[in-house]
Write a protein that binds this ligand. Structure first.
Ligand SMILES: [Zn+2]
Length: 96
């Protein structure tokens, strides 16, 4: 769905609106909690208005979650479930 709040016809951004490139770049700091409150607000605002960046944010969050889980030597339950499903499928194929 088109969002008219994103840009006016001449491409001008609303005051204080942070662009996609900048937002993606800042996401890394955002996720590390290294941003100031002001920057966090700007990014949160961008994510409210911009679908593609929300996708990138979700991806980064998931990636970091998996990485941190792996560092703690803990396998995500979703992965365990996927492996279990694959094994069950394999077992079913073999017994048929
Ligand atoms: Zn964006």
């Amino acid at each position: 769905m088109p969002d008219n709040r994103l840009a006016s016809p001449d491409g001008a951004r609303p005051a204080g609106f942070v662009g996609c490139d900048e937002t993606i770049e800042r996401l890394y700091y955002y996720l590390d909690g290294e941003l100031t409150e002001q920057r966090r607000v700007e990014i949160t605002r961008h994510l409210d208005l911009c679908g593609p960046c929300v996708g990138a944010y979700g991806f980064e969050t998931e990636l970091r979650r998996v990485i941190s889980n792996r560092c703690k030597d803990h396998v995500p339950e979703s992965l365990i479930a996927r492996v279990a499903d694959a094994l069950a499928e394999e077992y079913t194929r073999q017994s048929n």
